[in-house]
Design a protein around this ligand. Structure first.
Ligand code: AMP
Ligand code: MG
Length: 365
């Protein structure tokens, strides 16, 4: 015992070379260890979309194979990024209201005269939209687009009161004749338009994350504007997703300063709906005209200025955040508190931050 503890291991002549070899291999492999984060962003769906993930070490024990293994790893990462990009692009091309040839545009052009057959995927999105519409008492409604398409935020155009009142009768779930069994959709009013912008991004990030998971990714995220799907954790720590201060002054220097709070999340999706995402200020009355429309009034919803919802799936967090934004504090909190596994953080136009029942207010004592 004594000799063992008193003899430093590297001093033992016979063991020295073996130990150094071992040490060198460790040093070498850590130097060439290429487990790393890969990420890329693309402008799709009128916003910045992107993916980020951790790709484990390529398998090599023989140092002479390292460069090949590294090349293969880089290639795999690029292929995965490309798969996610293609999926986002596919969804955009089918559901964009801004692309004339999209399936959505074709439905909008024809469903007032003849019932239109929807794909399985399209049908599932319509089902989800109708469910959220019902759960929110019509605050979320894809027929909001009957008036919504008259807004042009880039060119600061909003419909006048007359145009709004003309289109209001075309808004409401009962304006849709949805034959679930035959998957056909018809409109019961000539001015009906639908838009899936309130849930398409949440669906897209779910799909992107599904693709990455399928290819073995254990830590990553897929993002589209205000919607993010997280895969696993951030390598042993939760992901910290920030809720942005909806009224940034421009003075904030870094990411930390721009956040109202940071949410520790693992393997969840989070969506934020904010009145700062797409808006302009009306020069006549100084009011903010933004992209979340109250289907009852045909005008931008007010009262809340930011709603974040998180839970297992983006296809739910996305429309729920939009729905709660329109519903307001009381009804919105009631809705989220009635849905298991989903939580929300709401910010009012007076700067008050409210939490759903499953969260602990960090300022409460
Ligand atoms: P988000 O930023 O995720 O809250 O989604 C806002 C998007 O949802 C808008 O850009 C519209 O495409 C769509 N949208 C706006 N208002 C509504 C509404 N009341 N119901 C359903 N979708 C809406
Ligand atoms: Mg949303």
């Amino acid at each position: 015992m004594e000799s063992l503890t008193k003899t430093p291991i590297f001093r033992s002549k016979s063991k020295q070379p073996a130990m150094w070899t071992l040490l060198l291999v460790v040093l070498f492999s850590s130097q060439f260890s290429q487990a790393e984060w890969f990420h890329k962003t693309w402008p799709i769906m009128g916003t910045e979309t992107g993916a980020r993930f951790w790709l484990d070490d390529p398998n090599f024990s023989d140092p002479t194979q390292q460069s090949e293994a590294l090349k293969a790893q880089q290639q795999k990462a690029q292929e995965l990024l490309e798969l996610v990009r293609q999926e986002m692009h596919r969804i955009d091309v089918i559901y964009s209201p801004y692309i004339d040839t999209s399936a959505l545009s074709k439905i909008n052009a024809a469903a007032a005269s003849t019932p239109q057959l929807l794909s399985q995927e399209f049908a599932a999105l319509v089902d989800k939209a109708l469910w959220v519409s019902q759960a929110s008492g019509g605050a979320f409604d894809i027929t909001y687009a009957s008036v919504g398409h008259l807004y042009d935020y880039r060119n600061k155009i909003a419909p006048g009161d007359e145009d709004i009142s003309k289109t209001l009768p075309a808004i409401g779930s009962d304006r849709l004749l949805w034959d679930r069994k035959n998957r056909t959709l018809a409109f019961t009013h000539p001015l009906v338009k639908i838009d899936l912008g309130g849930l398409a991004k949440g669906y897209a990030v779910d799909r992107g994350a599904e693709i990455l998971r399928h290819h073995g990714i254990k830590h990553g995220s897929v993002n589209a504007g205000g919607d993010t799907a997280l895969i696993g954790d951030n390598r042993g720590r939760p992901w910290f997703v920030g809720v942005k201060n909806p009224r940034l002054t421009g003075e904030e220097k870094n990411w930390q300063e721009q956040q109202v709070l940071k949410l520790p999340l693992i393997n969840e999706a989070i969506s934020t709906s904010g009145d700062y995402e797409r808006f302009f200020i009306d020069e006549q009355d100084g009011k903010r005209v933004h992209h979340i429309i109250n289907p009852r009034t045909g005008k931008s919803s007010n009262g809340l200025i930011s709603v974040s919802v998180f839970g297992p799936q983006g296809i739910n967090t996305d429309p729920l955040s939009t729905a709660i934004f329109v519903m307001g504090v009381e009804k919105g909190l009631n809705l989220i508190n009635s849905i298991q596994s989903y939580e929300a953080v709401l910010i009012t136009d007076t700067g008050k931050v409210l939490y759903s029942d499953g969260l602990v207010d960090p300022n409460a004592n």
